[in-house]
Design a protein around this ligand. Sequence first.
Ligand code: SAM
Length: 258
Amino acid sequence: THFGFETVAEAEKEGRVRDVFSSVAASYDRMNDLMSLGIHRLWKGNFVRSLNPGRADSEKGWNILDIAGGTGDIAFRMLDHATNINQDMNTRVTISDINPDMLEEGRKRSLQTPYGNTDRLSFLQGNAESLPTVESNSVDLYTVAFGIRNFTDKDAALREAFRVLKPGGVFACLEFSHVNSAVFNAVYKRWSFGAIPLIGQLVAGDRDSYQYLVESIEQFPTQEAFKDMIQNAGFLTPGQGYENLSMGIASIHKGVKP
Ligand code: SAM
């Protein structure tokens, strides 16, 4: 079987995640806007600004790996930031994703950006838990936005992030997280468990995939627990280790490879 050493539950999760993203690939960007009321754009902008990718004074630029990069949203924003804010034309991004349908959407979208078909952008299909074609100590910045909660073995993915980063390189994760206000949490839970599967059904004709997304958010570790996982993979986590966005609906975690 294709199960290898995985348990049946793990293989089921992987298959489930694959199906979810294959079925939402085409409607993915529109659904993101609807589900988050457009706020995911602000979070992504915040994420990229906080990383400040690119540097003007170097001929080499940054080598960025955007894991679970999907349709390329984070990658294009990082290249825009490097180019327009830091006047860096050399920084490049590899968009990596397990799902070929999502990557294909990303490839199509890239043709509408200045980076399509240039050496500043490349695509790599693969599982974040094992990236055999990415050299150790080769990456300046590893990003993963709204991806890691879908991974079967998050610790393996964190270890792999640690391996591929250069010493001094940064791991940065933007992910749905846990709301830090009881009152607001009650409102948020009603929205996510009530409205999101319904919107999924009405707009994408697919209730189950969106139900899965809501449940995967609920099951993701708390901010503190996730910080511990990042530390366990070997990273230093400067300051508090994370930043809450919109009262913890999402959070940004960072780790530095010593
Ligand atoms: N980063 C993009 C963004 O912020 O718009 C896409 C996020 S999308 C919610 C999650 C992505 O994770 C999907 O494209 C899915 O295929 C990918 N994914 C899920 N499991 C993965 C794994 N084990 N390795 C790599 N990518 C994975």
